[in-house]
Design a protein around this ligand. Structure first.
Ligand code: GDP
Ligand code: MN
Length: 396
């Protein structure tokens, strides 16, 4: 589960991580009030207005803007709230902005120019250990840095038995070229950041940029936080931060009824029992020249009611041109599933795309008869290749 930048920053601050301060606003008037409050507290008078959506690259898409007066705060907040923000990380339609973060401008002039760094905390799956990835090349895509100047990306792996050690935090500060106050600030920053990562059961922190201000403070200017869904039961306060508006509506609906559904871009809907078979089925669809429109694991009980819910979810996607049902009858009997499909089809009365059903396992033969004699636009298949061929035929 992802957090908004403002939520991530608040969480980090609660662990002692220094952040660029800000207040979230849902209207231009609220944005002005927020800016006034921030100015009273710090006095710089300039603010950045930042779109709060679950996507990176907001700056590039016009979702992060500097306001040098309260009039500009109002004007820019008015432009950004309600806009469809398109960034390199969103779809072409973009994401609707419901709120902005009004933040203090921390790029103020001083003894030296502010400097941007990159820092993330994540799991190295190869070694099974957490690591801190960091670079002097902050503020830009880390993918680009990795491609063009990979030697400027450093990693520090953490031994779970000892946690982050003092020398590791100092090494990071050293590799970033820091000294004096900034060096000390960075070691504190890294230690609190890592503590936050572990204690919140996060799976990814990406702080890009981490800023060294012109007076040598180290702070998080951005915060992308991903929490481990499987650990959310331990963090009721964080779980409550979920913003369903940011998630795919069909995925939210599927989750509510206990179905494992992931929306994809293709044209063939699929309904499968078991995650492994679902993956294999997606391969099958590709092999047949189609693209999967979704991943859907209906689980063990594929009765009429569940099949109907599943069809309903799949058909919410207007790109679906055919549906492939691939069920292995191990615990569930194939004839029950087949009956479920036929009943659901008749019940719904609005299925307008061809359905190919492959049932294998207990009572597969009875199931095939049921499908073949149903008189509906449903074709049966027994073998994998046969199913692929039939999908190909209906797409042609
Ligand atoms: P992202 O584009 O979604 O990654 O959003 P960020 O929060 O990283 O902001 C994008 C860029 O806005 C940063 O890389 C900074 O260059 C700039 N920015 C953020 N905060 C400030 C600020 O306080 N003052 C100024 N001048 N620029 C800022
Ligand atoms: Mn960023």
């Amino acid at each position: 589960m992802n957090l908004h930048e403002y939520q991530g920053k608040e969480m980090l601050a609660s662990f002692g991580v220094r952040i660029q301060r800000g207040i979230v606003a849902t209207t231009p008037a609220e944005a002005v009030a927020a800016a006034k409050k921030l100015t009273e507290d710090t006095g710089t008078g300039w603010h950045v207005i930042k779109a709060q959506v679950h996507a990176g690259g907001r700056g590039k898409g016009g979702g992060v803007k500097l306001a040098k007066s309260l009039e500009q705060v109002e004007e820019i907040a008015g432009q950004i709230i309600g806009m469809n923000l398109v960034t390199p990380q969103t779809s072409a339609e973009g994401k609707k902005v419901h709120q902005v973060l009004v933040a203090e401008d921390v790029y103020y002039p001083g003894d030296h120019e502010p400097e941007e760094y990159y820092m993330s905390v994540l799991l190295n799956r190869a070694t099974g250990r957490n690591m801190i990835m960091y670079s002097t090349e902050g503020g830009m895509d880390i993918e680009t840095v990795a491609e063009e100047t990979p030697h400027l990306i450093f990693t520090e792996e953490i031994n779970p038995a000892t946690g982050l050690l003092g020398f590791q935090a100092r090494k990071i500060a050293f590799n970033l070229g820091l000294s004096g106050t900034a060096f000390k600030e960075m070691t504190k920053f890294v230690a609190s950041l890592y503590k936050a990562y572990v204690e919140t059961d996060s799976s990814l922190f990406e702080i890009n940029p981490v800023l060294k201000t012109s007076d040598d403070k180290i702070m998080a200017v951005d915060a992308k936080v991903t929490l481990d869904e499987n650990a959310l039961f331990r963090h009721k306060d964080l779980a409550a931060l979920r913003d369903e508006r940011e998630e795919n509506a069909v995925e939210v609906e599927a989750k509510a009824v206990g179905l494992n559904y992931v929306d994809l871009d293709g044209n063939v809907g699929c309904m499968v029992n078991g995650a492994g078979l679902a993956m294999a089925t997606m391969d099958l669809i590709k092999q047949a020249g189609g693209e999967p429109a979704n991943f859907l694991d209906v689980g063990g009980t594929a009765d009429a009611e569940r099949v109907e819910i599943a069809f309903d979810l799949i058909l919410k996607d207007p790109n679906v041109k055919a549906i492939l049902v691939n069920i292995f009858g191990g615990i569930v009997r194939c004839d029950r599933v087949a009956q479920g499909i036929v009943d659901a089809y008749k019940n719904m009365g609005n299925i307008s795309v061809p359905i190919i059903v492959r049932l294998q396992g207990t009572n597969a033969d009875i199931a095939k008869e049921l499908i073949d004699n149903s008189g509906l636009d449903v074709q049966s298949a027994t073998e994998f290749q046969e199913a692929a061929d039939k999908v190909q035929a209906v797409l042609a």
